[in-house]
Design a protein around this ligand. Structure first.
Ligand code: GLY
Ligand code: MN
Ligand code: MN
Length: 444
């Protein structure tokens, strides 16, 4: 593990322990393998919170933090070494590796957790743990606590409170460090180049899955783990299905194709959408809606600055898109009435963005002090997507035929910093003429 990253894990754990205070213990189970079919598994991915705090990459690990414990504050339970299993499934660090390579002060085989963890909990007043996320582990934890309680007459002290751990870690994850931003830039660049590749190879008669293959080939070829989420490649009216992942249809001359795809690089997601003409040239109607969507996106990016609040970019997109749709005759009435009644939602039914980081829909609150209060202010180090869309459903009889079946979304990843926002995904063209030039080969 790179020395700087190793130091970061340590400082994150210390920061979390400072917030937990004395007489406490944090317990964080990592991810487990998930069966895909019979005896084969989905590719393993570590739980983002456990990864954030120590980088341990194996299944069945449990991280424990005990601030002020004299024999060591950071404990890992991990799979034990097992020669036979390692021949079939690969290397295991084992408890020794967990100490040597991941800086655990103490480490134990996961099989011994029932014997060891109750003793570590006993005497601690507060448990930081997220109930509900791991139902099997919840049951074990309650049985350990009950066990301690049953021994209270011999002086054992059960904990008094269980406090949500996830929320604390999530709030740390909202602000990205310089090191994290470097990884996010890299993930963004790989993904941007993959979208450029898709524009370059696209031809009428190809299938959606072939563009998916071009995109995901670039991810893998550049060292990304793979897609950060299921790639969406929707030709024509398929672009109006927000989470379309079938990607089986042919791509027709005259249609647009929407690609929403991003890589995961060293744990960090990118999330890009581009929409372009299958045959390389926008029709008049496609171009009008595309330019409007882009105008909304640019207006929203402008508002990604410290001190602005999370909902402001979204509201800017609603205003620009609604005004534009009225001008094009797709909505009737005034700007105010369309916004007030929500009529614009026939064409734009999702929000303009979400936090991005280790998870594609990343951790962190969007409002401060509970759900009824104010939207959160942007701060340097936050990363959000900006992704307005305009979707004219094929069965929308309220608009002339020429508009129907057009779906457009334009999505970039934006880091908040002092002054100008940083568009991490700037390397993929986005104006209609840049895209047409690229597809014609002149800018390739
Ligand atoms: N690709 C998921 C999203 O854009 O939110
Ligand atoms: Mn997306
Ligand atoms: Mn997104």
């Amino acid at each position: 593990m790179n020395e700087r990253i190793r130091k970061q894990y340590g400082s994150r754990r210390r920061n979390l322990m400072r917030q937990m205070g004395p007489d406490s213990i944090a317990i964080l189970p990592g991810a487990r393998e998930v069966i895909r079919s019979r005896d084969t598994h989905y590719p393993f991915r570590q739980d983002s919170n456990l990864h954030y705090l120590c980088g341990f990459p194996e299944p069945d690990a449990v991280l424990v933090l005990i601030p002020g414990r004299s024999q060591g504050e950071f404990i890992l339970f991990v799979r034990d070494k097992d020669r036979a299993r390692e021949i079939w499934d690969g290397f295991r660090a084992g408890p020794e590796g967990a100490m040597q390579d991941y800086d655990a002060d103490d480490a134990f085989p996961i099989g011994d957790i029932d014997d060891i963890l109750p003793g570590l909990i006993e005497g601690r007043d507060k448990i930081f743990y997220s109930m509900g996320a791991h139902p099997d582990f919840d049951k074990s934890l309650l049985s350990w606590i009950n066990h301690i309680r049953s021994q209270s007459r011999s002086g054992a002290l059960p904990p008094g409170e269980i406090i949500d751990l996830e929320h604390m870690v999530h709030e740390m994850r909202v602000i990205k460090s310089a090191e994290e931003l470097k990884l996010m830039r890299k993930s963004a660049k790989i993904s941007a180049d993959a979208h450029v590749r898709a524009m370059q190879v696209c031809k009428p008669g190809m299938y959606e899955y072939q563009l998916q293959a071009a995109i995901e080939h670039e991810f893998a070829d550049r060292g990304a783990t793979g897609p950060a989420y299921s790639s969406i490649v929707g030709g024509g009216a398929n672009a109006c299905v927000l989470h379309y992942i079938e990607n089986r249809a042919p791509l027709n001359e005259g249609d647009l194709v929407l690609i929403d795809a991003g890589s995961e690089y060293q744990g960090y997601a990118a999330d890009i959408t581009r929409t372009f003409p299958v045959g390389g040239k926008f029709s008049k109607e496609q171009r009008a809606l595309y330019d409007l969507c882009l105008e909304a996106q640019l207006a929203a990016i402008e508002l990604c600055r410290p001190g602005r609040r999370f909902h402001e970019p979204h509201e800017a997109t609603v205003e620009v898109i609604t005004r534009g749709l009225i001008k094009l005759g797709l909505l009737k009435g005034t700007l105010e009435s369309n916004i007030e009644t929500g009529a614009y939602r026939d064409f734009y039914m999702h929000r303009a963005g979400h936090w991005l980081g280790l998870d594609v829909h990343d951790a962190g609150d969007y409002k401060v002090d509970g759900s009824n209060s104010e939207w959160r202010e942007f701060e340097p180090g936050m990363v959000t997507t900006i992704e307005p869309g305009i979707y004219v459903h094929a069965d929308n009889k309220k608009v002339p035929k020429a508009w129907r079946g057009i779906g457009i979304r334009i999505e970039d990843d934006v880091a908040i910093r002092k002054g100008e926002p940083e568009v991490l995904t700037h390397a993929v063209p986005k104006t209609a003429s840049e895209i047409e030039q690229l597809m014609a080969g002149s800018a390739a």
